[in-house]
Design a protein around this ligand. Structure first.
Ligand code: AMP
Length: 140
């Protein structure tokens, strides 16, 4: 995967390639996905060139979080969809194809047939205690 500054989304941000813009402020840009899973499939990106969530600054993260609900509400109102998925892939093996952080907002209609395959397993509480405490300690 190349750097965020080389990505197609940086070209969209700089206006070098076109997009169907649905929202813009100083920190965030949102536009329609070129290959939508459903009508109104939208990508929300920070203007900061961060490939994945873990490298995003707190200011950009706060800006993203602040505008997501109103973008979701506008998409629901315009499309009539009352259900939707937010998907955010980090890294190639997690399904990320464009190395500039993006959040998918995907409206779901009564005839939508897209799926996200989950194979859930039972939790191991011993391991869960260990990993939860380790993460908690690191973030604190
Ligand atoms: P991901 O697989 O999570 O990295 O998603 C990347 C998304 O970017 C895909 O859904 C693509 O259809 C979308 N995409 C790629 N190029 C463009 C573009 N020029 N304009 C809009 N969406 C794009």
């Amino acid at each position: 995967m190349s750097d965020a500054q080389d990505s197609i989304f940086s070209l969209i941000l700089s206006g070098k390639i076109p997009s169907h813009k649905v929202y813009e402020d100083d920190f965030v840009y949102a536009f329609l996905d070129i290959n939508p899973l459903t009508r109104g499939h939208t990508l929300v990106i920070p203007k900061e060139e961060s490939p994945t969530m873990d490298s995003l600054s707190e200011d950009s993260a706060a800006s993203l979080g602040r505008v997501l609900p109103k973008i979701c509400r506008a998409i629901m109102q315009v499309t009539g969809a009352s259900n939707y998925n937010l998907i955010q892939n980090n890294g190639e093996s997690a399904g990320q194809t464009v190395p500039h952080l993006h959040i998918h907002i995907i409206p779901r209609y009564s005839d939508s047939d897209h799926s996200f395959v989950w194979n859930p397993k039972s939790i191991n509480h011993l391991d869960a205690k260990d990993i939860a405490e380790s993460i908690f300690t690191l973030i604190k």
